[in-house]
Design a binder for this molecule. Sequence first.
Ligand SMILES: NC(=O)c1ccc[n+]([C@@H]2O[C@H](COP(=O)([O-])OP(=O)(O)OC[C@H]3O[C@@H](n4cnc5c(N)ncnc54)[C@H](O)[C@@H]3O)[C@@H](O)[C@H]2O)c1
Length: 321
Amino acid sequence: MPVKKLRAAVIGVGRLGRHHAAKYAASPDAELVAVADLSEPSARDVAARLGCRAVRDFHEVLGGVDVVSVVVPTERHREVAGACLEAGVHVLVEKPITRTVEEADALIALASSRGLQLAVGHVERYNPAFVAMRQALARPFFIESERLAEFQPRVTDIDVVLDLMIHDLDLVLSLVRSEVSQVIACGFQVLTRSIDIATAHIEFADGVVANLSASRVSQTPVRKLRAFGRDGYASADLQDARLREAHRADGAAITVEERAFPHADALQAEIAAFIAAVRGQSSEIVSGAEGRRALALALEVERRIAERLARLAPEAPGGRA
Ligand SMILES: NC(=O)c1ccc[n+]([C@@H]2O[C@H](COP(=O)([O-])OP(=O)(O)OC[C@H]3O[C@@H](n4cnc5c(N)ncnc54)[C@H](O)[C@@H]3O)[C@@H](O)[C@H]2O)c1
């Protein structure tokens, strides 16, 4: 007997939500029933292209769907995802999971008490270059990441740490099996009202070290993650989905291998993993608890930046954290 398709809706079809909607519409395992957005033209435009219902108030669709993606601004994740979970709907919420750890805890508790899936949209986990890196280098002891984005003149409710660096904080946390023991961070504002460039040095209790840099005011986009282990090194170009691996061979020789993954679709893979988890199949979603962990570390990086800026002389570049 064919498995029934899951009925899906996307709440918030702005820049990113419209891509979620397109992935559900293209999925063989889901039926995109509706899109909801406070902006009626946005909802109508996406619905007309994908052949589903458009609504302004997301509450209208909750009785008729099994799963939702919540892709509204971060400060509304708690309210919108919470209402969906209360209505018995499985939730894939975009990253960061929420604005505060307390809000994340509330969503995790709701999902758990109702036996629902709560997945978080840390889409880089599904980047094939990262997937291959994790397989190639199971236990790195030094990790470096660089995430540079061109300036987008959009109103953003969050700084570069919650906007961009949190992707790499999540990747690092997924690679290291130890607790964070120290965070040193620095950052400053350039073009927006909050931190636009940030760097963080993170130490773990087992001795692993990670250095992360993120900017949203760069000339050229870069998304790179490098990891060093006892026997090898792997460099993932997350932007171009390529992996370069170097391993120590016999004697003093080093073997190098390069792989490219040109046709991968990380968002499609993320949504497929979410659907599989809802169906009770074995699947690698980023759980609410993992989303909370990445958020808590990002907030710690923000706190360290704010402390440093407060210590710096008034004429130093920086301003508000
Ligand atoms: N995973 C990633 O790489 C990634 C990339 C970009 C954005 N994001 C995250 O996705 C979320 C959305 O970002 P965006 O850039 O698409 O924002 P956006 O502002 O372009 O879109 C958000 C949409 O949500 C709608 N909205 C707001 N409140 C609503 C409500 N209560 N009900 C229905 N619709 C509502 C707005 O009208 C808007 O159309 C943010 O949390 C952001 O951090 C993640």
